[in-house]
Design a protein around this ligand. Structure first.
Ligand code: HEM
Length: 427
């Protein structure tokens, strides 16, 4: 690379680090991702203290590599919420439970936990949940049907995954609403330890700690209750799973439930809202989907690719590894940016185009390798149910604003999605 190229790479890389500190600064990050990928699909980001991968083949290779670990990166990401030297014992214990959950573990613990948890997420189980998802969608759409203007994010996209997971787990929505909140906040999710001290305000840290402790208390009681008196819900089924005499311990059950609530909420809400925004901004695709409901599964895949609701995942090298011609040393952090890899022209023709008939569409929004999202089928079922209802019952929807704003969050989501309809009575 010549001097001009490396100066440009440095500038872009600094922008990227700034982006993680404050994603609201960059309403459209895709030109930055594209240029970074063109210059170096795997680059060392000085300010971020991490390798960053923007290329698709390199991201997949990394995610499937046996030489990378999740535990040290999860520890760096979340330990600041409950530090043994300064925080109360119940807070540290709550963070320990969170860090011991499947998404944050490496083999062999991950292998064991995943085997047990995935028993509750079988294709048959998810199929049996569809009528309940449809009923929740029906109710939510019913509430906005008579409105000429509403915020699709707040009224449809956000409540959907929260209501679905509460219904499946068998816990009241109001209870969960009161104790969940801030784990997705970009100021908490910043990856490297030192960055937390700068970017996580103390009040946010304390609030998140309190919520995590309350979640642990709440679900400990709910699980104990299900053990005494089993019900027809997901918490009960998790308590009953047994695999060759092995079961989830109380702390593992609590961690699993907390992850299930957190992992699918903002991501699925963004899938619906980002997807509707893409459809409304591409009227030909919106018209095509309304005319051809059978295109829905492909449309969901394209939304997942083009409007990726997650950004990236972090790993730490266990041994020196080589990816995309770069040597990653033991202990160094690596972050594949799924959102950038999903627009790599080496894999996707005309990647900036939003095309609901795109095939094949091997996006890595749910990652690749051992941590592949356990809720992928559920998230797609929720989004398909909601978008189908919108296509039929709110088919005249249009954007009510010229500009939308993206939220400063670790995942890619909107601040709001104001939409409007021409109601017959209002004409
Ligand atoms: C559009 C919605 C969703 C997106 C974009 C998404 C994305 C992801 C990603 C990227 C990972 C991998 C993390 C890593 O590699 O470190 C993951 C893992 C996971 N997701 Fe999702 N997710 C979504 C919905 C859900 C839902 C609805 C649930 C469950 C209710 C869920 C549960 C999980 C679990 C349990 C894991 C951990 C799997 C493991 O570590 O083996 N996700 N998800």
């Amino acid at each position: 690379m010549n001097a001009g190229g490396s100066a440009r790479l440095r500038a872009l890389s600094d922008d990227l680090a700034g982006y993680f500190a404050d994603p609201s600064r960059y309403q459209d990050p895709f030109p930055m991702y594209r240029e970074l990928r063109e210059i170096e699909p795997v680059h060392w980001c000085e300010r971020y203290d991490s390798w960053v991968i923007t290329g698709y083949p390199e991201a997949v290779e990394l995610l499937k590599h046996s030489g990378v670990l999740r535990e040290p990166s999860a520890e760096a990401q979340f330990r600041h919420l409950g530090r043994r030297d300064i925080d109360a014992a119940d807070t540290v214990a709550a963070v320990d439970i969170f860090l011991a959950a499947v998404i944050n573990r490496d083999p062999p613990h991950h292998t064991r936990l995943r085997k047990l948890v995935s028993r509750s997420f079988s294709a048959r189980a998810i199929e049996s949940w569809r009528p309940r998802i449809d009923a929740i969608v029906d109710q939510l759409v019913g509430k906005v049907e008579a409105k000429s203007e509403f915020d699709l994010l707040r009224e449809l996209a956000y409540p959907l995954p929260q209501q679905v997971i509460c219904e499946l787990l068998g816990v009241p929505l109001e209870d969960v609403d009161a104790i969940t909140g801030h784990m997705g906040d970009s100021r908490i999710m910043t990856v490297r330890g030192a960055e937390h001290e700068r970017s996580t305000p103390e009040d946010l840290r304390l609030l998140t700690q309190r919520q995590l402790v309350r979640q642990v208390e709440y679900f400990r009681a709910a699980i104990a209750e299900r053990r005494r008196a089993p019900r027809a819900d997901l918490i009960t089924s998790l308590t009953q799973i047994e695999e060759e005499g092995d079961r989830l311990s109380m702390d593992e059950l609590i961690g699993t439930v907390i992850i299930l609530i957190g992992a699918g909420h903002e991501t699925t809400a963004n899938l619906v809202a980002n997807g509707m925004l893409a459809l409304l901004r591409n009227p030909d695709q919106w018209a095509l989907l309304k005319a051809e409901p059978s295109l829905m599964p492909g449309a969901i895949e394209e939304i997942l690719r083009h409007e990726t609701p997650s950004r990236g995942q972090s790993r730490v090298a266990r041994t020196p590894i080589e990816i995309g011609g770069k040597r990653i040393e033991t202990g160094q952090q690596v972050m594949p940016l799924l959102i950038a890899a999903n627009r790599d022209p080496r894999v996707f023709d005309d990647p900036e185009r939003f095309d609901i008939t795109r095939t094949p569409n091997p996006h890595i929004t749910f990652t690749a390798g051992i941590h592949y999202c356990l809720g992928a089928v559920l998230a797609k079922a929720e989004a398909a149910s909601m978008l189908s209802a919108i296509c039929t019952r709110l088919d005249d929807l249009r954007l009510a604003v010229d500009e939308v704003r993206w939220r400063p969050s670790y995942v890619r989501g909107l601040e709001s999605l104001p939409v409007a309809r021409e109601l017959v009575g209002a004409r």
